[in-house]
Design a protein around this ligand. Structure first.
Ligand code: ADP
Ligand code: MG
Length: 729
């Protein structure tokens, strides 16, 4: 790109006005959910008997028969066509980032040269997407097995782009999951059963426990012209080079600052689109880095919340384009400023309306609260390595452990009040248990817990997993992630822990122990066992890294090795007991993780190599020639004194040569490292080689390119700079 073109793009980006927004004439409560086949639409479009049977199946997680499916499909099709849909698709979450769909029109030959609208229960329930190229870690060999997508009746169908989208799970012919949704549903089922059994100690009427998720999606926006001039952004979603802008986030003037009008227009349109699709987005604001923003909904049942997050990410991409932006969901699009995460606010609640992580008004409620919180702590302690693996990826690796995001060590922040309560419980003896029974105000401090809600001021931003009053906030999740990965590991681990707790309590009860006494005894054991997971201090500090290692918490930082935790015996057993994954599934999924890791680094390395050799070095050399030319002329002009006069030029000439030399050598080393790594068969070993030998060279190359950016004439520099990319006016 010639410079004048770069300047033109920058000017265009800076002068761009907010795009007009299609604001519906209806009120938000009227258009909310209008593109969703929700209960109201079901009631309208299905015969009453069919409606009742479907709701019964949804609520009790029962399979539905062929006849019922035919009737539901018929109603769903009529609703979809009435609302402008012409196609339908099974919508699923393969093991790549994002979602997949294959559209079919609602038409069939009518045998008379025309067509009829058609959509049968069979087509609704199950399909066989021609999807042999989705990652499957060897489970789904193209030659032997087929993959099926199967309707997930718990998540409502919706219309997007004139297409009826039916949320589905994606499994192999032999029943192994090939997606995120199937294991998520299994994990949610398992936490439902295990948590309900424990919740019944406090309220015998509890039938189900629901897992809730409220995600907070962070993202960057970049003007589309500038984006298109950055091949690294286009191909990898992040900048592989770029010197820090003199001003970035140091003034802290972006966070919660006023939102630029162009961005505001984008947000408004996005919210309207979300609301029409029944996604309850609520909060929007600027984030810490320039051009960084956040969007959060009201929390929902975890499976639905996750579908909504995935849908949101596609919507964002689409709406951004209409507003001449590109949305960057990458965890670390720009070096030197904060990256993006997706905090997962998570809680459990009973079908009787009790929030299990919220302190209550009576000691009994609080004993229930403590029971659940302590079981979560125990599960997170036991499976801290697995939880870290569940959020790890080639892209999130750039964010974790940097001084802005949670460290690459999982610990729990409880806040001082909860910590004190747990200490008191451990220090108390059985006479306190009796006073609990008599509802004494002061027993164990259990009646004091509601104050925790007020004690939220000391929220610790460095903690990867924090208790925040009535929920836990898993903050290490990356902005591009499918939340299901974290939610599968967390819900399954907690389910397994609660099941174990239940067994222990039952043993005590059958030995004649009184319930409260049994609960407190087991709670004490868990507090003792898992106290090493509790850390309220500064997670960024080096002392914590040393301390965490002493405590035996997982401190691995190499992403491909972090994935090993999925295959550790305690994980395999836990997933087997909860029925979430078989060993075969875990092995296959790890193959996919390693393969994806390798591919991402491979693409980045290629893009960086090309840019270094074809964009940066030619420009630096041309500028250097100008300097040389100038030095030669100075020498002619000044004779003997010429070299002195040209001294600073000579210095710059040398520096440029030095950096060009470093870049060429590192690119060569990187290409060789790639060749060697590519020859490795084992996916894990290959990924580790990419981590150790390829990614490390990229940093060396970047460092010298960023130095050249400061040396070379601004007019000649081919790529939009950070200061141009990062400030939307
Ligand atoms: P923050 O101060 O962390 O930004 P917000 O009040 O914006 O917190 O809430 C973040 C998210 O947490 C929202 O999606 C919200 O609905 C969700 N949330 C609130 N309470 C719960 C809960 N009990 N369970 C799960 N998510 C919750
Ligand atoms: Mg939060």
């Amino acid at each position: 790109m010639s410079t004048s073109l770069r300047f033109k793009m920058v000017a265009e980006a800076f002068n761009r006005k907010a795009a007009p927004v299609d604001i519906p004439e209806k009120r938000p409560d009227e258009y909310y959910g209008e593109l969703v086949f929700n209960r109201q639409k079901m009631f309208e479009y299905l015969p009453l008997k069919v409606y009742n049977a479907l709701i019964n199946a949804i609520e009790n997680k029962k399979p539905i028969g062929r006849e019922l499916a035919d009737s539901v499909a018929d109603g769903m099709r009529r609703w979809a066509i009435d609302n402008g849909a012409r196609h339908y698709t099974h919508w699923f979450h393969p093991l790549t980032d994002g979602t997949a769909e294959k559209h079919e029109a609602f038409v069939e030959h009518n045998g008379k040269g025309g067509v009829v609208e058609e959509f049968s229960g069979k087509l609704l329930m199950q399909q066989e997407p021609d999807a042999s190229s989705f990652p499957n870690g060897g489970i789904r060999n193209t030659f032997e097995a087929r993959g099926y997508s199967v309707w997930d009746i718990s998540s409502p169908a919706f219309i997007m782009e004139q297409t009826l989208c039916i949320p589905t799970i994606f499994i192999s012919y032999t029943g192994e999951s090939l997606d995120y949704k199937a294991p998520l549903l299994r994990a949610l089922n398992s936490v439902d059963k295990a948590a309900a059994a424990v919740a019944r100690y406090f309220d015998p009427e509890v039938k189900h426990v629901v897992s809730y998720l409220g995600w907070e999606q962070e993202y960057f926006l970049v003007d589309e012209s500038l984006y298109s001039a950055r091949p690294d952004l286009v191909m990898t979603g992040r900048t592989l080079m770029g010197h820090e802008s003199p001003k970035n986030q140091q003034l802290e003037d972006h966070y919660f600052g006023s939102i630029p009008s162009r961005v505001q227009a984008f947000m408004l349109e996005l919210e309207i689109r979300c609301h029409r699709l029944g996604i309850p987005v609520k909060t929007r604001h600027n984030e810490v880095a320039p051009n960084q923003f956040e969007l959060a909904p009201i929390y929902e049942e975890t499976n639905l919340a996750n579908d909504h997050n995935l849908l949101l990410m596609s919507l964002m991409t689409e709406v951004a384009r209409k507003h001449n932006f590109r949305v960057l969901l990458h965890e670390k699009p720009f070096a030197g400023v904060n990256g993006s995460g997706k905090h997962n606010n998570w809680s459990l609640g009973t079908d009787r309306g009790t929030q299990l992580f919220a302190p209550g008004k009576t000691p009994k409620d609080n004993l229930q609260f403590i029971t659940f919180v302590v079981n979560v702590m125990a599960a997170v302690h036991r499976h801290n390595a697995l939880l870290k693996a569940s959020i790890m990826s080639a892209t999130n690796a750039h964010r974790l452990g940097a001084n802005e995001a949670p460290p690459a060590i999982i610990s729990i922040f409880t806040g001082s009040q909860l910590a004190k309560t747990l200490e008191d419980i451990c220090a108390s003896d059985d006479s306190d248990c009796l006073s609990l029974q008599s509802k004494s105000e002061y027993s164990l401090g259990l009646s004091q817990i509601p104050e925790i809600l007020i004690d939220n001021t000391d929220r610790n931003r460095t903690s990867p997993f924090a208790f925040t009053g009535n929920r836990f906030e898993f903050r290490a999740v990356g902005s591009t992630a499918n939340c299901a990965s974290a939610m599968i590991a967390l819900n399954a681990a907690v389910a397994d822990q609660l099941a174990d707790f239940h067994i222990k309590i039952e043993q005590r009860l059958s030995a004649g122990e009184e319930l409260n006494k049994a609960l407190l005894a087991e709670i004490r054991v868990l507090i003792e066992q898992s106290k090493d997971i509790h850390f309220d201090g500064n997670g960024y500090s080096d002392e914590w890294k040393a301390e965490a290692a002493r405590r035996g918490l997982d401190c691995e930082t190499c992403a491909p090795k972090i994935f090993d935790a999925y295959l550790a015996p305690e994980s395999v057993e836990m997933f087997r007991r909860t029925g979430v994954f078989t060993r075969v599934e875990l092995e296959a999924r790890n193959e996919v993780k390693w393969e994806m890791y390798t591919k991402k680094i491979q693409i980045e390395a290629r893009v960086l190599g090309d840019l270094a050799l074809n964009h940066i070095i030619p420009v630096a050399t041309r500028y250097q020639s100008m300097l040389i030319d100038n030095a030669v002329k100075l020498k002619e002009l000044f004779g003997e004194r010429g070299l002195d006069v040209a001294a600073s030029n000579l210095e710059a000439i040398e520096k440029i040569s030095k950096h060009i030399g470093i870049i060429r050598t590192a690119v060569r080393t990187m290409v060789d490292a790639r060749k060697q790594a590519n020859a490795i068969d084992d996916e894990r070993t290959k990924a580790v080689a990419y981590h150790d030998n390829v990614a490390s060279q990229m940093e060396i190359i970047r460092y010298s390119i960023d130095k050249l950016e400061l040396l070379v004439d601004n007019e000649m520099w081919p790529l939009p700079k950070y200061r141009e990319l990062l400030f939307i006016r």
